[in-house]
Each structure stands twice: as structure tokens, then as C-alpha cells.
Design a protein around this ligand. Structure first.
Ligand SMILES: [Zn+2]
Length: 130
């Protein structure tokens, strides 16, 4: 396995800290790390609210990348509440496709870190709706 995946796993683990922020907001149950085109790793955690104001960990990490001036994703890894890695949801896939409409199919997604099972965004999002 490419060592970048281990770096991404460790980065995502370092921010995964489930907590109740208020009566209405919890955060940190899912965490994510993305590698940008420059090779930098950006992290994010999910934010859950009582009225759909929250965000997935993957999109939070992508917004972190955008905040820091980068636009291109190379790899994505998310850690679910049970500690296992997993695939991004439809909304996160859609954002990645819209960010990189010509090249999104090459984005690598860690499906199962323990089994070293990697796929691409193109494989799990084969036909874009636009
Ligand atoms: Zn999502």
C-alpha cells in the first residue's frame, strides 16, 4: 500500500473526536482526509445538526482544501464511527464531480483500509447527471 494512505489514515484519526457541541450540534463522529494535487493532506470532520445545516467530513475536508487555495483532489479517505474506512455519500461524490468535471474519474477512494481496497470516483460514480 502507498504510504500516503497511512498518512491520510493517521491525519483523519487525529481529528476524529466525537463530541456534543450543543443541544443541537454534534461533531467529529466521522473524519476524513483528502490529498490534494500538491500532495498536501487536508482533514475535516462531520458536523451534525438538528436541521440539515451540517456537513459530511469529506466535504468539510474539501472545503478546507479550497480555503487553502487548492482546487484538485487526488485521494479521499474517511473513517466511519466504527473505525473502518468507507465510501463517500452521494452529496460528497457530487461535489467532487462538480469540482473536477473533466478529471474526477481518477480520484482514488479508500473503501477498506484493512483490506487495502481502493476504488476510483469514476468507478463509483460512472455516469454524471449533467
Ligand atoms: Zn458525504
Amino acid at each position: 500500500m502507498d504510504k500516503i494512505w497511512t498518512e491520510m489514515l493517521n491525519a483523519a484519526k487525529s481529528v476524529q473526536a466525537p463530541r456534543q457541541v450543543s443541544d443541537y450540534v454534534s461533531a467529529g463522529e466521522v473524519s476524513a482526509a483528502i490529498e490534494s494535487a500538491s500532495g498536501r493532506i487536508y482533514t475535516g470532520v462531520c458536523v451534525d445538526t438538528c436541521s440539515t445545516l451540517g456537513i459530511c467530513a469529506e466535504r468539510n475536508a474539501i472545503f478546507n482544501m479550497l480555503t487553502n487555495g487548492e482546487n484538485e483532489i487526488r485521494r479521499v479517505l474517511a473513517i466511519m464511527p466504527d473505525g473502518r474506512s468507507g465510501a463517500p455519500c452521494g452529496a460528497c461524490r457530487e461535489l467532487m464531480v462538480q469540482l473536477m468535471p473533466k478529471t474526477y474519474k481518477t480520484v482514488e477512494i479508500m473503501l477498506d483500509y484493512e483490506q487495502n481496497k481502493v476504488t476510483t470516483l469514476g468507478d463509483i460514480t460512472p455516469e454524471w447527471w449533467i
